[in-house]
Write a protein that binds this ligand. Structure first.
Ligand code: CA
Length: 237
């Protein structure tokens, strides 16, 4: 253990995306021994469904979704540091991965010491700036971990639901148009039916369980309603 290991805390979470069981097991074990909280998944779709960690170690050769595509989608939804992992000779993939938002890359085989050094480096470059937790009444959004709480209750949201809420909390009280939300939470150019937004907003309201938190402004969009902080929203009664 060198002095830098003291930077590692229980709260630093690493997601290992690796389909080779032997490699995955040894990475997870090594990272845990180094003090990280580690989750391992074997498929791209599991990586996309996992809670956002601080660091993602992403093997680009995955069985279900192309690793570069996984990288692109992860970057679109989170600020986690992404370290792409490739086999020797896949230089083109590494370049594309960096272009698609990876922060660094490693070439297999690599040693644990090098991996730990790379992780420390990406974490140093990503020290949070500015407020990371947005509060509105009983609602708190941690923009870094993408965790949402209402009072004392943690609310599990889908990435879309979180993005919608993030849009609304960016400027509480201001009406955010349906188009603005669709562009931010879906795609820069969403031409599909906007009904899909209502479905997600309905689910979001149900999960948050705070009447009046998300107001519909007919013909325009949505906004956060005025609320006072209070324990009455802490848990469903
Ligand atoms: Ca692989």
């Amino acid at each position: 253990m060198n002095a830098r290991s003291t930077e590692v805390t229980e709260q630093t979470r690493v997601l290992v995306v690796e389909d080779d069981r032997g490699i995955a097991d040894s990475l997870v074990r090594g990272l845990r021994q180094a003090g990280y909280t580690v989750e391992g998944v074997r498929r791209g779709r599991d990586a996309l469904a996992a809670p956002t960690p601080d660091v993602i170690l992403l093997d680009l050769g995955l069985p279900d979704i192309d690793g570069v595509e996984v990288c692109r989608r992860l970057r679109a939804r989170s600020d986690a540091a992404i370290i792409a992992v490739t086999a020797r000779g896949e230089e083109a993939d590494r370049v594309v991965a960096l272009d698609e938002g990876a922060d660094d890359y490693l070439v297999k085989p690599f040693g644990l010491a090098e991996l730990l050094a790379r992780i420390r480096a990406v974490l140093r470059r990503r020290r949070p700036v500015g407020p990371q937790v947005v509060r509105h009444g009983p609602l708190a959004l941690d923009l870094r971990t993408r965790q949402v709480t209402v009072g004392d209750r943690t609310v599990a949201l889908t990435p879309k639901e979180f993005s919608i809420l993030e849009c609304l909390t960016a400027d509480p009280g201001r009406v955010v148009s349906r188009q603005q939300i669709l562009e931010r939470a879906w795609d820069a150019h969403w031409y599909g039916p906007t009904k899909v937004l209502d479905v997600h907003v309905a689910a979001l309201r149900r999960k948050l369980g705070v009447p009046g938190l998300i107001e519909t402004v007919y013909g325009h969009g949505f906004r956060l309603g005025e609320l006072r902080p209070g324990p009455q929203h802490g848990a469903p009664s």
